[in-house]
Design a protein around this ligand. Structure first.
Ligand code: BES
Ligand code: MN
Ligand code: ZN
Length: 505
């Protein structure tokens, strides 16, 4: 979709529909609505007058202008309460508007993103609106054959406004939304198409030539290195494991990096501790953490974020076979820590253990891992909030703030020391699975054994990576969660670092 800025006022913008937002607090058209109302001899006012339109959130009305203004139609859409107008609300409303335009088969629509003093400033509002439009229109279609012409998206979104700040906001939103869409594509891609090797190829395809260096270690190389926890998971599959390393040097000289680690299980059958059929259906999505890391690096590079970032993705398929890792097996991880595999379905933490160990080579300033790690996190927090655990308060606070700003909410769970006992093995240093109580916490406590004293945060996106029911600007299926969150986090990370530097000078 093409997004353009125009200096024409809304009533003179050539398009299939102009969009007017209306708050439920107002009994008359205001701002752009007022101007359009004047031009159309009171069309909008008439709609409001008898209470036919109240401005309730997502309430939508279509008006025909009969030549009074350049556009044939006006879409009036409810914003709900003025006091609730924030970026998240704008994303939601503009997603709804774009879908309405699509349902009407419109080719273009235009809006003056102006909330008459409510909500964020013009640039942030425009960024949110563009994100809402692009993320809301997303669909995963590559395997639908036949004529989809009827469902064509509107090709053009015109924003009334000018200036460097606005243009920058639109470009930022476009880059981020593109990265989220690519992430959703990766997650939605089925496991027969997206094997560990294919995921590595995709990472190269999406990142090389844009300032990100991608290195892929194949099964043989991984064996040489001694990543036996990762190999233990991959053993049951005919598809070899891969370690995907992505380095983006946006920072100054020898700046120590932030390392992002993403769980890349391209299919999780559970292994010999086989999942029941109902639980296995969506397990192609078990690489959503990996996809988020790839998407974040893509956005960071395209935005030119001045930071040194390394992405590490351990990729494997978790299947049962005559060669598969068995319950009770002991693996010697890359760190030397021995792990008793008490449950082959707790495979995510095994592949992450070796990736976290590998991260130390980069002497990271901090490590953040992101993973569809525990079903327990879905029970605890549902589909709207990701789990957050970490060893560094500054890091977790920055992530929580980024969560609020992006609507990708996080809730912190405690890394409670007393529960470490639950991960004790009779015969090895640690076991990989405890029982169901506090499963998200015990999983994180397992990971903690592999992060050393580096500031670290862990994001459990088991509940948020994919939705069974669509939400405002997130269609059913892969959400692309993590990308917008981490990009927003990076903006804070860069600011903080600049602050630290100027302090030193
Ligand atoms: N990939 C799953 C977690 C998951 C479940 C993600 C549902 C998304 C939706 C993970 O590998 C897993 O199987 N975890 C087990 C761990 C248990 C055996 C300790 C779980 O949570 O049941
Ligand atoms: Mn599993
Ligand atoms: Zn898994």
């Amino acid at each position: 979709m093409k997004i353009t800025l125009t200096k024409y006022p809304l009533h003179r913008t050539a398009c299939d529909a102009v969009v007017v937002t209306h708050f439920e607090d107002d009994s008359r058209p205001r701002g752009e609505g007022y101007a359009l109302d004047k031009r159309t001899s009171g069309l909008i006012g008439a709609l409001l007058k008898d209470g036919d339109f109240k401005g309730k959130l997502f309430e939508t009305s279509l008006l025909y202008t009969r030549g009074l203004i350049t556009s044939k139609r006006i879409i009036v859409i409810g914003m709900g309460k003025r006091s609730e107008c924030d970026a998240e609300r704008i994303r939601a409303v503009f997603s709804k508007t774009a879908r309405t335009a699509r349902d009407l088969r419109l080719r273009s629509f235009a809006a003056a993103i102006d909330f008459d003093g409510a909500g964020p400033g013009p640039s942030d509002a425009a960024r949110a609106a563009v994100e809402g439009v692009l993320l809301g229109l997303y669909r995963f279609m590559p395997y639908k054959t036949g004529d989809d012409d009827q469902k064509r998206d509107p090709g053009k979104f015109i924003i009334v406004g000018e200036g460097q700040g606005l243009r920058h906001a639109v470009e930022t939103a476009e880059i981020i939304s593109k990265a989220v869409s690519l992430t959703r594509d990766l997650v939605s891609n089925p496991a027969n198409r997206l094997t560990p090797a294919a995921l590595a190829r995709k990472a190269k395809e999406l990142l090389t030539g844009r300032g990100v260096n991608v290195t892929v270690y194949d099964q043989k190389r991984i064996q040489k290195i001694g990543m036996n926890a990762l190999l233990g998971v991959a053993r049951g599959s005919d598809e070899g494991a891969r370690l995907i390393i992505m380095e983006y040097r946006g920072g100054r000289g020898k700046e120590r990096p932030l390392v992002l680690v993403g769980k890349g299980i391209t299919f999780d059958s559970g292994g010999l501790n086989l999942k029941p059929a109902e639980a296995m259906g969506d397990m192609k999505e078990d690489m959503a953490g990996a996809a988020a890391v790839i998407g974040t690096l893509r956005a960071a590079a395209d935005l030119g974020i001045p930071a040194h970032i390394v992405g590490i993705v351990p990729a494997a398929e978790n299947l049962p076979s005559g060669r598969a890792c068995k319950p009770g097996d002991v693996l010697t991880s890359l760190s030397g820590t021995t792990i008793e595999v008490t449950n082959t379905d707790a495979e995510g933490r095994l592949v992450l253990a070796d990736a976290l160990t590998w991260a130390h080579r980069y002497r990271p300033r901090a490590i953040i891992d992101i993973a569809t790690l525990t079903g327990g996190c879905i029970i605890a927090l549902g589909n709207g909030i990701s789990g957050l655990l970490g060893t560094d308060e500054t890091l977790t606070a920055m992530l929580k703030d980024a969560g609020k700003e992006t609507g990708e909410h996080l809730w912190e769970l405690p890394l409670w020391r007393d529960y470490e006992e639950l991960m004790k093995s009779d015969i090895a240093d640690v076991k990989n699975a405890a029982g169901r109580p506090a499963a998200t916490i015990t999983a994180a406590l397992f990971l903690k054994k592999f992060v050393g004293d580096c500031p670290w945060a862990h994001l459990d996106i088991a509940g948020t990576a994919s939705l069974t029911k669509e939400r405002a600007y997130i269609p059913k299926g892969a959400s692309g969660v993590g990308v917008r969150l981490l990009v927003q986090f990076l903006e804070r990370w860069v600011r903080r670092q600049d602050g630290a530097d100027s302090h030193r000078h």
